[in-house]
Design a protein around this ligand. Structure first.
Ligand SMILES: [Mg+2]
Length: 165
């Protein structure tokens, strides 16, 4: 069995679009005002945000299929800005799955600090996370909504992992 770590925001749920829309309303620039955006993330009502976020390319069912295949030891590895965010994500995952590990990672820590990485797969939508993961001997898989030329294996649905590994 391969160890498989799956990102939450931008891979399982599109939590990013609602936050960016809110940032826009508040006249915040997501690229330059990172501190303000971090603060916004920490103040957001995550239970509502999760309810309002769309599931990305049938991710929940895909994770169920990946689990059933017996090929992967799956954990959710997600950056968090507050304990409330962690709690909302944990509850969301626990309501859907009986037995899935969730590792909340403080935003200021690299994901590589929270778990073993050697030969483990990380699926993430952020190349920065994947680069660090690769440096630590892991396998980076980039999730995007549309196919993309990139330095990592690229998928647009988690189901594709069944064919790749
Ligand atoms: Mg992400």
């Amino acid at each position: 069995m391969k160890n498989l770590y799956i990102d939450f925001d931008g891979v399982i749920l599109d939590t990013i679009t609602p936050v960016y829309n809110l940032a826009k309303k508040l006249n915040l620039d997501v690229k330059t005002q990172t501190k303000e955006i971090g603060l916004l993330y920490s103040k957001i009502d995550w239970e509502t945000l999760i309810e309002e976020s769309e599931e990305l390319s049938n991710s929940i069912n895909s994770i169920k299929e990946l689990k059933e295949s017996g090929k992967f030891n799956i954990s959710i590895l997600t950056h968090i800005n507050s304990l409330k965010e962690a709690k909302a994500k944990i509850e969301f995952i626990n309501n859907l799955f009986d037995d899935l590990t969730i590792i909340p990672v403080p935003k200021s820590c690299p994901k590589t600090m929270m778990t073993q990485t050697k030969d483990a797969i990380l699926v993430d939508d952020y190349s920065g996370n994947l680069r660090l993961w690769k440096e630590k001997g892991g396998i980076g898989v980039k999730y995007t909504k549309e196919k993309e030329e990139c330095e990592f294996i690229n998928i647009t649905s988690l189901e594709e992992l069944l064919e790749i590994f």
